[in-house]
Unconditional design. Structure first.
Length: 207
């Protein structure tokens, strides 16, 4: 009986410790964000860095990335953003807004940044055609800039972009009424047909 009681006490102590550590970490990060808002960057950085050692360090890495962006420390920003992406179940949610950022574009040339590996992984993403197209486009641009044109073309081809266009119109759109109207060309494609819209309209092929 005494042994069972001892085990119970130990378990309760461990749970309290883990819960307390989690609450402390959350408070730590919140304090860091408050300091960030007050412009006390050094103190905020210290608290954020301290919290990156905890298991649930997602918000701390995100805070550091934001701080380093403000300070134009782009190599450090990407380092933290990379940690955020690695911890996320949906890395594309964090990759997409960063792709056009300075940290991403300045770090992509660094072989140790892991960006090319990340882009290649997302380029092969069969579940999300949009992120796959964006990744292939960025890889194409990267190799085009590095004069590896054959490799660039291969990535561009995998984007699945529409390269053969035809346009027709205009059709009536008073007060955006055309949004709710299905005009004849939308019901069937016949490049030789002439339609009456606001003017006499025919398909014009664009390449």
């Amino acid at each position: 009986m005494k042994l069972k009681t001892l085990y119970t006490v130990i378990i309760v102590v461990i749970i309290c410790f883990l819960t307390g550590a989690g609450v402390f970490a959350q408070n730590n990060v919140q304090k860091a964000y408050d300091l960030l808002n007050e412009g006390k960057f050094d103190q905020a950085e210290e608290l954020f860095i301290k919290d990156t050692e905890s298991p649930d360090s997602f918000r701390a890495h995100l805070g550091l990335a934001f701080l380093y962006d403000i300070e134009s420390k782009y190599d450090k920003e990407w380092e933290q953003y990379s940690a955020v992406i690695k911890q996320s179940d949906k890395p594309e949610f964090y990759l997409l807004p960063e792709i056009d950022g300075l940290a991403f574009n300045k770090s992509i040339t660094n072989e140790n940044s892991g960006i090319l590996e990340l882009l290649n992984k997302e380029a092969a993403n069969k579940e999300d055609g949009f992120i796959s197209a964006v990744a292939n486009e960025n890889l194409g641009q990267y190799y085009e800039l590095h004069n590896q044109l054959d490799k660039a073309k291969d990535y561009y081809k995998q984007m699945g972009s529409v390269n053969d266009w035809s346009v027709i119109g205009p059709f009536e759109n008073v007060s955006s009424s055309g949004y709710y109207e299905a005009y004849p060309p939308e019901k069937g494609f016949n490049p030789n047909t002439v339609y009456t819209g606001k003017t006499i309209s025919r398909f014009i092929g664009l390449i």
